[in-house]
Design a protein around this ligand. Sequence first.
Ligand code: MF3
Ligand code: CO
Length: 256
Amino acid sequence: MITRKSPAELEKMRRAGLLVWQILHELAAMVEEGVTTYDLEKAAERMMRDAGARPAFKDYYVPAVGARYPFVLCTSVNDEIVHGMPSPKRVLKKGDVVSIDTGVELEGYYGDSAITVPVGEVSEETRRLLRVTQEALEAAIEKARAGNRLFDICSAVERHVTANGFSVVREFVGHGIGTQLHEEPQIPNYVDRKNQNPRLKEGMVLAIEPMVNAGRPETRILKDGWTAATQDGSYSAHFEHCVAVTSNGPWVLTRP
Ligand code: MF3
Ligand code: CO
């Protein structure tokens, strides 16, 4: 069942969403050569505590891994796609890209968002990867309208990515969000005909999160058991927003 949120619930989700945006904004400003992904983790932890929010990822049980995730952030560098774990040993250097993915629970409602940030100067092809992934997310957001169907969102991402010669990751998906971090429906970044294709209705909130590889789509899990990376070593980008379907069209809860 896909839950639909009342206007009062959407206002609460908005507060959670804006907090996540503010945290990501401040973390992005910290990113530079020499900073560790653990520095980002500690800063995020403090911002969540100061705001009276609960970190949504920390201790979250992930069935595919069979364990609870131990950090408030996922920090996935270069060929890492998702679930990269912050570490004081992971020192960012020029030419890297770091995906920062985080979520909070505030007053019982969740916000979840991700950005991929370049460290210093990155290659032209890497800049194109980040731009195309963001454009794919914007194209998908534009489809989050009552009367459209879920596949309109999936297809918008897939088409923009493949038209630009990149590939979408198939093993990880977006999701509904509300009083739980992960609600129905699953939102693949490609049209999966085996899935249902529900009509979108007012009050639905969707966490849309394209994960795009510069090279081939295949993934591998690193020895830590969590980090998903590209098999071919190509860079990967990840952007995510929570979007409410409203009578005024798509409302992106995770940005001002
Ligand atoms: N990338 C996932 C998402 O946005 C992160 C949640 S899984 C967790 O839904 F383990 F980090 F909690
Ligand atoms: Co998400």
